[in-house]
Design a protein around this ligand. Structure first.
Ligand code: NAD
Length: 491
């Protein structure tokens, strides 16, 4: 047997055992009132690494939505009256149940995303080991005080009611279940709609854990383009929490206005990073690379515009290129893939259209890697000093194409970094701590990192300035957004 075919055979047996774990044959259901349901038609879910449909999920319309809202409304009074500590205990058990099934869920998430197993592991463990516990372990106690004008005052936080949660495809498990945990621990019930492009792992998690929660507390429905607007317009919801693009976020805001639902929007980003002249190119290259290409560039908070001081532009770009050459793009089930495909056909077509714009603009390419021909793969691409006003610098590029630019003057580059309608994250890189903090404090975004990019924590607020969002999630501030504040005053 040649070395090649031995390797191929090993890969195939790995693939077969991973597919067994993913257990696609078991089917995927919606959850309403604690029960598995299959209403309406079906939607195919495609593995973007192969382009093949691997499973289907229910395509629910108004009827399924009405049932889910009714189940959540019915479950609300008892759940709201359940003590906080008890709710937290049940949610801890839910997290533990996810953990029990981790290997199977990793295999499934990779099957629907095409991405490397390491990335799926990261997403699940970030939920179960880090952000999830940190979020539900926060306290939201009542506060008492004596005041001059109102007498003895109790300030307390009460649940809003039924939450509508809509999540995107790029980190479907994390972004769906952090909403679920925050809504439920604060005493709300929820109807969740994951993205039709990546709903499988979310549904499988519910299959594993739904019995731990009272019926109707957590409901999950899936559907196509029409379901989201039906949900945001539904009068049975008290709050909408939406994570997705800025464009859709604006539609959501419009839609909820008619019923004055509470609203949290976590939207797109076009994060800048500034590399100061005293940065060490070799030390930062790997971290800069992953800040740009984490999740194959499918991250709201990935670094999208990298500004490097002209004195070290050659050294930093060279270090970035030599790191990039070691990174293989391929099917996530292959053990040596470090980056996967663009997650879905729609996004792939958008990336191809962006690439066509880049080519016709005559922009130089700093580096372009290789990618398989089959499936929705696009190679890692770094542009060399594109114009600030190029469409592909100004818009959010949600895939593996990044702009790398030169600057001369610090004040000018801070202006360029801030010259965007987005304001999700930004970062500054260098060695002089005082200067790093000075620059960081001038950047206009919800999170600013120093010598890192895109780290978050479940117990700290996360949200976008400007058109990157409205309100925050995570942290005490995020939990409060699932509550009404009430003052009880006794004289
Ligand atoms: P999207 O806006 O196309 O879809 C997001 C969700 O909204 C999906 O579930 C979709 O089915 C649903 N939807 C579509 N139209 C709707 C409508 N009119 N009303 C209600 N719901 C509707 O976004 P996407 O392509 O799934 O995700 C990528 C985008 O999400 C990027 O812009 C990215 O930056 C952003 N994002 C933001 C954050 C954040 O925390 N700020 C996190 C992840 C992704």
């Amino acid at each position: 047997m040649s070395e090649m075919s031995a390797e191929f055979q090993k890969e195939q047996s790995t693939r077969a055992s991973l597919l067994k774990r993913a257990n696609l044959e078991a089917g995927f259901f919606n959850f309403i009132g604690g029960k598995r349901v299959s209403l309406g038609g079906t939607l195919d879910v495609v593995n973007p690494a192969t382009g093949e449909a691997i499973a289907s999920v229910p395509d629910v319309g108004q009827e399924g939505l009405d049932q889910a809202v009714a189940a959540a409304r019915g479950a609300f009074p008892a759940w709201a009256a359940t003590p906080y500590a008890e709710r937290r205990g049940l949610l801890s058990s839910f997290i533990a149940r996810i953990k029990e099934h981790e290997p199977d869920l990793i295999a499934l998430l990779t099957a629907e995303h095409g991405r490397p197993l390491s990335t799926s592991t990261w997403e699940l463990q970030t939920l179960t080991d880090e952000y999830g516990p940190a979020l539900i372990n926060l306290e939201l106690p009542s506060e008492e005080s004596d005041t001059k004008t109102m007498g003895h005052v109790i300030k307390r936080y009460t649940p809003l009611g039924v939450v509508c949660a809509i999540s995107p495809w790029n980190a479907p498990v994390l972004l769906s279940f952090l909403k679920v945990l925050a809504a439920l621990v604060t005493g709300n019930t929820i109807v969740l709609k994951p993205s039709p492009y990546a709903p499988l792992t979310v549904l499988r998690i519910a299959d594993y854990g739904i019995d731990l929660l009272p019926p109707g507390v957590l409901n999950i429905i899936t559907g196509g383009d029409t379901l989201g607007p039906l949900m945001t317009a539904h009068p049975g919801f008290d709050k909408v929490t939406f994570t997705g693009s800025t464009q859709t976020g604006k539609r959501v805001m419009n839609s909820v206005a008619t019923t004055l639902k509470r609203l949290t929007l976590e939207l797109g980003g076009n994060d800048p990073a500034i590399v100061l002249p005293d940065a060490d190119p070799e030390k930062i290259a790997e971290s800069l690379f992953w800040s740009m290409f984490m999740l194959n560039g499918h991250a709201c908070i990935s670094l999208k515009r990298l500004y490097i001081h002209e004195s070290i532009y050659p050294a930093v770009t060279q270090a970035l290129i030599s790191y990039a050459t070691q990174i293989k793009t391929g099917d996530g089930y292959a053990p040596d893939s470090a980056l996967g495909p663009v997650q879905n056909k729609m996004q792939f077509q958008q990336i191809q259209a962006t690439w066509a714009e880049i080519e016709s603009s005559g922009t130089k390419v700093l580096y372009q890697g290789e990618a398989p021909d089959q499936g929705y793969f696009f190679p890692v691409t770094m542009l060399d000093n594109p114009a600030d006003d190029a469409s592909f610098v100004k818009k959010e590029v949600f895939g593996p194409i990044r702009s790398v630019m030169k600057y001369t003057d610090l004040d000018d580059v801070i202006r360029r970094a801030n010259d965007t309608s987005y304001g999700l994250g930004s970062s500054v890189w260098g060695t002089d701590t005082k200067q790093l903090v000075e620059v960081a404090s001038q950047l206009k975004s919800g999170t600013v990192w120093i010598n890192q990019h895109a780290s978050l924590a479940g117990d700290l607020p996360f949200g976008g300035h400007k058109e990157s969002g409205f309100g925050v999630e995570f942290g005490i501030e995020g939990l409060k957004s699932y509550c009404s504040v009430q003052v009880i005053a006794t004289k």
